[in-house]
Design a protein around this ligand. Structure first.
Ligand code: NDP
Ligand SMILES: CC[C@](O)(C(C)=O)C(=O)O
Length: 348
């Protein structure tokens, strides 16, 4: 049987009305859920640590900001929106001690629960609402009257209402405008990690950079390489997003289409697929989660070096120059150390 896709007609906000919703962390997902839920008419408070750079941003946006433990005490539903690696310390210190019977714990990624970096008590509901898009897009789409599709899952249903709560939250953040699909924590966690590593973030950026480098190293202008390998990628992906790969092929030239179907599979060939399968196993058996947790716990030395290498790449400098003439492209100047929530689409 085909899986049900929930939309606005299947979901209402009733089970969240008269409840206090705490969003712990005010970063990419946190600010988006908090603002969208508030604009949906719900009562949202923010929990942060004392020195958080996002306290002031959240206050300016009209939220009551509390210390994490106080927000957990005051709330009926607690959305844990801190980085996955930080969840264990925040959870053990400020969340778990105040998780009384009847409360609901909510995540937007199943990492901590599935890989058991935390232990949840038996007497609370544990649910997942995972928008399938970056937090800033969850907010900007909502402000535009649209929504990012999402996943819901129930890990623990003590109240018998966990599914309803998840659907109501998905409605409040705008996901049911686009479509919500039910899954479980394992499937969400594994597929999300696979997608972001192999295709969406890791795969796409490595493909773009490799194409850029091949052209530049062969003596072509970096500007040409940028347009061909990065700028136009969005335009092609937009067509795929609107009407599938077949729809994209309808718009491109026949010459491009012939090259697409004959050359593409030689570049992304069976050996690439084999490595994808291998990475899926690494994710499934928890090796990736272990590696990432260890990297975080030992100071992120390798991660920071790779981040710097990426930020210093020639493609970033060329891109900044070329984007400056296209006023309709949002010119986000990323300030090191700034709150994720400082790049925010305004309230309705
Ligand atoms: N980024 C995304 O689009 C997506 C994220 N997710 C999931 O959402 C969750 C949050 O990730 P993301 O939004 O990227 O996180 P961010 O890094 O953008 O934001 C994390 C927030 O947590 C705050 N924080 C850090 N330490 C603490 C603490 N000890 N107590 C309270 N708050 C703290 C940070 O404070 P400060 O502001 O001071 O830095 C920040 O506000 C993760 O589970 C992630 O997997 C799921 C789907 C997509
Ligand atoms: C693609 C990255 C993502 O999985 C997402 C925006 O959904 C993430 O965790 O940030």
């Amino acid at each position: 049987m085909a899986a049900k896709i929930y939309t606005n007609k299947d979901a209402n906000l009733t089970s969240l009305k008269k409840k206090t919703l705490a969003v712990i962390g005010f970063g990419s997902q946190g600010h988006a859920h908090a603002l969208n839920l508030k604009d949906s008419g719900l009562n949202v408070i923010i929990g942060l640590y004392k020195k958080s750079k996002s306290r002031e941003v959240a206050q300016k946006l009209g939220f009551e900001v509390m210390d994490t433990a106080d927000a957990v005490k005051a709330a009926d539903v607690i959305f844990v929106a801190t980085p996955d690696t930080v969840i264990p310390e925040v959870y053990n210190k400020d969340i778990a001690p105040h998780l009384t019977k009847g409360k609901t714990l909510l995540f937007s990624h199943g990492f901590a629960v599935h890989f058991k970096t935390i232990e949840v008590p038996e007497d609370v509901d544990v649910i997942l609402v995972a928008p399938k898009g970056p937090g800033h897009t969850v907010r900007s789409q909502f402000v535009d009257g649209k929504g990012v599709p999402g996943l819901i899952a129930v890990h623990q249903d003590v109240s018998g209402k966990a599914h309803k709560t998840a659907l109501a939250w998905a409605r409040g953040v705008g996901c049911t405008r686009a479509g919500v699909f039910e899954t479980n924590f394992r499937e969400e966690t594994v597929t999300d990690l696979f997608g972001e590593q192999v295709v969406l973030c890791g795969g796409a950026s490595a493909l773009v950079k490799a194409g850029f480098e091949v052209l530049v190293e062969a003596g072509y202008q970096p500007e040409m390489a940028y347009f061909e390998c990065l700028h136009e990628l969005k335009l092609i992906v937009d067509l795929m997003n609107e009407s599938g790969i077949a729809g994209m092929r309808f718009s491109i030239s026949e010459t491009a289409e012939y090259g697409d179907v004959t050359v593409g599979p030689k570049i992304i060939d069976a050996s690439v697929k084999k490595r994808m399968e291998k990475q899926l196993k690494v994710i499934e058996d928890g090796k990736f989660a272990k590696e990432w947790t260890k990297e975080y716990e030992t100071g992120c030395k390798n991660f920071n070096a790779l981040r710097k290498e990426g930020a210093d790449h020639q493609i970033e400098k060329v891109g900044e120059k070329l984007r400056s003439t296209m006023s309709w492209i949002k010119q986000t100047k990323l300030k090191k150390g700034a709150s994720q929530a400082s790049y925010v689409s305004s309230s309705k």
